[in-house]
Unconditional design. Structure first.
Length: 218
């Protein structure tokens, strides 16, 4: 049995939870999954038991607790270098970290106006102030990474890595909101959506009975 436990939120909504879950699944790193319902009556009490920041995801490795997404991904890459969670090439690895951290820190307009909601389809909705600029930057990143480092596979750096895990929720958001993309970005979106692990997460999200009103767009 694995020493890893990954605490996540609802799969339909929790974009941050998706990132380490997907990375671990694609890399075939065994873990126990525990779901904490987002914002229900017991949310604060339940999340306080496992997360110093009162947020998901949280990874525990025995007695060690890691509660921040990029820290989790970096920890897994260190613990499992054979899994290739970062590109082997030094330059590619530096760019992969750069775009992952840009994703982590930015794109607030896109996040705020196009919440992740796997169950829904909202064509034409969510294009608030700044969203078009965020989408343009996302596509610029995807095109640049694919042209410079994408040989040998359909992902940003060829083989799936942590950078793809970081952008997977954006893929889901753009799919939900039926955003028209350039050819390279469309192919990349489709490659991420076709991952068996992404399909597994999405199917589970669609099957969830719970609803979070603030992430529902009328």
């Amino acid at each position: 049995m694995s020493d890893y436990t990954l605490y996540i939120g609802n799969k339909n909504y929790s974009s941050w939870s998706l990132r380490p879950w997907l990375a671990m699944k694609v890399a075939d790193i065994e873990f126990e999954e525990k779901l904490i319902l987002l914002f229900d009556d017991d949310w604060k009490a339940n999340i306080a038991k496992v997360s110093p920041s009162a947020r998901v995801p949280v990874l525990t490795d025995g007695e060690l607790t890691i509660w921040e997404t990029m820290a989790i991904l970096e920890y897994l890459a260190e613990r499992h270098p054979e899994k290739g969670l970062w590109p082997e090439d030094r330059e590619a690895r530096a760019i992969a970290r750069s775009v992952s951290n840009e994703m982590h820190a930015g794109f607030n307009a896109l996040r705020g106006n196009m919440p992740m909601n796997i169950r829904k389809s909202h064509p034409g909705k969510g294009m608030g102030a700044g969203v078009a600029e965020d989408i343009a930057r996302v596509c610029e990143i995807w095109n640049d990474c694919r042209s410079r480092f994408g040989q040998g596979g359909p992902f940003l750096f060829g083989k799936f890595c942590n950078a793809d895990a970081m952008f997977a929720p954006v893929v889901s958001r753009l799919t939900t909101h039926v955003v028209e993309l350039d050819a390279v970005s469309s192919a990349y979106r489709d490659a991420v959506q076709a991952l068996p692990e992404m399909i597994e997460w999405s199917d589970a999200g669609r099957a969830e009975p719970w609803s979070v009103p603030e992430d529902e767009i009328d």
